[in-house]
Write a protein that binds this ligand. Structure first.
Ligand code: FAD
Length: 131
């Protein structure tokens, strides 16, 4: 991922609400905060930071509402009519999938296209509480 193998790329995530102090902080202040925390966590080992940027991602997480399962069941039932449609990933399934689940559903979808009958909706059951 990086041109110079002596360097590494590091992402720091700060969870916040739109408009709060973190969200509204300047890029400079947030980069300063992350740098200090890397130092405190002893993850920098004195290494310099060559470059940094801040990306604010609104609505980053799917939020389940009470009763969402019933609504989702309706969507799933409707989509099941399309035999050539595979729903995968986090947003494609409205499941709180991690990266591994998302990739796995893509893998199973590919198998289905090749003739398998994998149930993609059974991936990550525990997180959705559908088990
Ligand atoms: C802040 C944050 C932190 C996370 N941390 C972790 C973690 O530590 N570990 C972990 O396992 N998972 C983590 N995840 C979850 C992980 O990122 C997702 O599970 C995974 O990226 C979902 O993959 P996906 O392919 O379903 O969707 P995405 O990776 O979101 O890909 C969907 C793609 O479709 C594109 N797209 C959307 N609409 C259209 C359109 N109309 N036309 C064309 N393209 C479109 C988007 O631009 C995007 O590139 C995190 C997610 C977030 C938001």
């Amino acid at each position: 991922m990086v041109a110079d193998p002596a360097t590494s790329l590091l992402g720091m995530e700060y969870f916040c609400d739109e408009g709060d102090a973190i969200w509204s902080g300047s890029d400079e202040a947030l980069i300063g905060l992350a740098s200090r925390e890397l130092e405190e966590l002893k993850l920098r080992h004195g290494a310099g930071i060559r470059d940094a940027c801040v990306i604010r991602v609104p609505m980053a997480y799917p939020i389940y509402e009470t009763g969402y399962r019933d609504a989702l069941e309706g969507v799933k039932k409707h989509l099941a009519r399309f035999s050539n449609l595979q729903c995968i990933g986090r947003y494609g399934m409205f499941y709180y999938n991690g990266m591994d689940h998302s990739v796995w559903t893509g893998f199973l979808a590919a198998k289905n296209i090749l003739g398998a009958h994998e149930d993609l909706w059974s991936v990550n059951m525990e997180a959705t509480g559908n088990a």
